[in-house]
Design a protein around this ligand. Structure first.
Ligand SMILES: Nc1ncnc2c1ncn2[C@@H]1O[C@@H]2COP(=O)(O)O[C@H]2[C@H]1O
Ligand SMILES: [Fe+2]
Length: 274
């Protein structure tokens, strides 16, 4: 199995400049919220802040859990807010996404391609969803597609994106919902020294760690934040955020996480989960 390919143009200096938004958890209805945060308002504020920032980016990557209520309208809402960024957006599914209704994404201009190719880099967007379960798993088709992509362009540096964490983030309650066959994933990437980074969502926090020579990076959600290194479910009062990533032509990466400055979005302190 091979993934459908999409050619990525680079900036004048050869860089691939990315913006990651993740875990928007949107609803169809304007007034619905997740643990006290109106997820539409928080994503809209994030997009406004990105528009006002000086940082340039050419492509948007959305790394799953775009919807919280499974509705087609929640995916239309995602596309409508994301459109304001005025850059092409690629997406991959998280555990909360509902595949029969994600068709609303492509109908609204969000790009479905999962294998993005540029002169010096390839970006591979993997599907780790197990329908109805919070944990992640790479199917044999996904592992085969990954292996095929790595073999096809052995000279290109690689960024792999997926929703779930392939390495523990250090919170017991959250790490039980991890990528269950991370060992199989590592077997496939072990054959390729060009894998530079794995970018993920799901953990609703800024996380950066090097493991087996690969940079693992997760980013704040655009809505609720989980408290890092907590054994039990706990929310953080940090604000919604996003990440910029620059893939340079020499195979190196520079990255930066940003958050909303004003403390507008505060979750319900009595939340026990969702
Ligand atoms: N209190 C909790 N304990 C364990 N898991 C939870 C709890 N609350 C929510 N979850 C699950 O953990 C997941 C982590 O992030 P998600 O947004 O994917 O969705 C969350 C839920 O599926
Ligand atoms: Fe998730």
């Amino acid at each position: 199995m091979a993934f459908e390919q999409f050619e990525l143009a680079c900036a004048d200096n050869g860089d691939i400049r990315l913006l990651q938004v993740t875990d928007t958890h949107l609803f169809a209805k304007d007034e619905h919220n997740l643990l006290g945060i109106n997820t539409s308002d928080s994503y809209q504020r994030v997009v406004e802040e990105i528009r006002h920032s000086q940082q340039s980016y050419d492509w948007v990557l959305a790394t799953g859990d775009l919807s919280q209520d499974h509705s087609k309208d929640s995916y239309r809402r995602f596309a409508n807010i994301t459109r304001q960024l005025e850059k092409p957006c690629f997406w991959l599914p998280g555990n909360h996404d509902f595949r029969p209704h994600t068709t609303a994404l492509s109908e609204s201009g969000i790009i479905d391609a999962k294998h993005l190719i540029s002169e010096h880099w390839q970006i591979i967007m993997l599907d780790t969803q197990v329908t109805g379960k919070p944990m992640g798993l790479l199917s044999s088709e996904q592992l085969e597609g990954l292996a095929t992509a790595l073999q096809q362009y052995p000279e290109k540096s690689v960024l792999i994106c997926m929703h779930h964490q392939a390495v523990p983030v250090g919170s017991r309650w959250l790490d039980q919902h991890n990528l269950k066959n991370a060992d199989e994933f590592f077997q496939v990437v072990a054959g390729c020294s060009k894998v530079r980074a794995v970018l993920f969502g799901h953990v609703h926090q800024n996380f950066e760690m090097e493991h087996r020579g690969i940079a693992f990076m997760a980013s704040p959600s655009t809505c609720i934040q989980f408290l890092p290194l907590s054994a039990h479910f706990a929310l953080d009062h940090q604000q919604p955020g996003w990440r910029y990533i620059t893939l340079k032509s020499d195979g190196t990466i520079s990255t930066r996480v940003c958050r909303l400055a004003e403390r507008t979005f505060l979750p319900d302190p009595d939340s026990k989960g969702y």
